[in-house]
Design a protein around this ligand. Sequence first.
Ligand code: FES
Length: 345
Amino acid sequence: MSHTIQIEGSDETVEAEAGDTILDACLLGGVEFAYSCQAGNCGTCRCELLSGDIVELEYSEHALAAADRARGIVLACRAQVWSDVRIRRSDEDDLAMHPARVLACRVAALGPVTHDIWRVQLEIVAGGPFSFSAGQYASIEFPFARGMAREYSMAGRPDQPLLEFHVREGGAGSVTAGLGQRLRVGDELRVTGPNGSAHLRSRHAGPIIAIAGGSGLAPIRSILSTLRESGSDNPLHVYFGARAARDVYAEEEMRSWVEGRAGSRAQVVLSEHDGSRAGVPWRSGIVTDAVDADFARLDGFKAYVAGPPAMVEAATQLLLGKGVAVRDIHADPVPVAAAAKAVAA
Ligand code: FES
């Protein structure tokens, strides 16, 4: 039995036999489609499923994050067609094509940015060159926890020579417990990546909202400092949610990201604001409530969200309800899961 695949935004329609993958049917039908591995590992063939029934073959979570899948994104090479379907292709801006690397790195600098978050800067010693898109993440295997890699977002710009990560010092028994004492400048560690689809879409010319919770500020910093360097003038609204004054960092930088952009603002929202920093324009409450109070609608916005999974979920639902299109919400909650303690979402 044959079905049709209609490509939204173009007048292209292709025929597919039941059980064909979207990618195979499109390529056979002469429709241009970005792809690479054809095995569910690279994420190049991501597209949005607008309607229809599919069955999905196994794929890597690095190719498609659960949060993206929940928003209707599928891998065309893994999606078998079992009815007529409508899809929307990703454009080039959605693709982050970087070779996967296993890097030997050396700690070049290390220092606390809050009471429990450390800035770790790494020099690549072997395995490069390494490239990534602003907002992506990588796995780090610390020298004191071999075989127990954890994922962290790159916090710096892709063009900077050192890789920067913001690592939360965990509690007793966690991989990063006692990080400040156990990691030293000169230590060697392994970095594998890059991964993640919540990266900067530099072609977007409209307004942007960025919502970060705890150490979720790291990928947002990478995205927005890269955006600033590009000279773009998109209106930009930045919200940083944290628990208390001692969890706030990079405030000056946040202000620099919005500087010179008409109608733009960077705000810190503390769930346990005790007023201890009188005169500082911090808001009290939950970061998503602050966004809710500030905007009746957000149609046409591009959104970047990073933080604890509960905050990412709440923010995603809020943004959808205010008119942000599914394809314009970019969030990778996995690498910042360890930040969950920092924010009451
Ligand atoms: Fe690599 Fe589909 S082509 S995941």
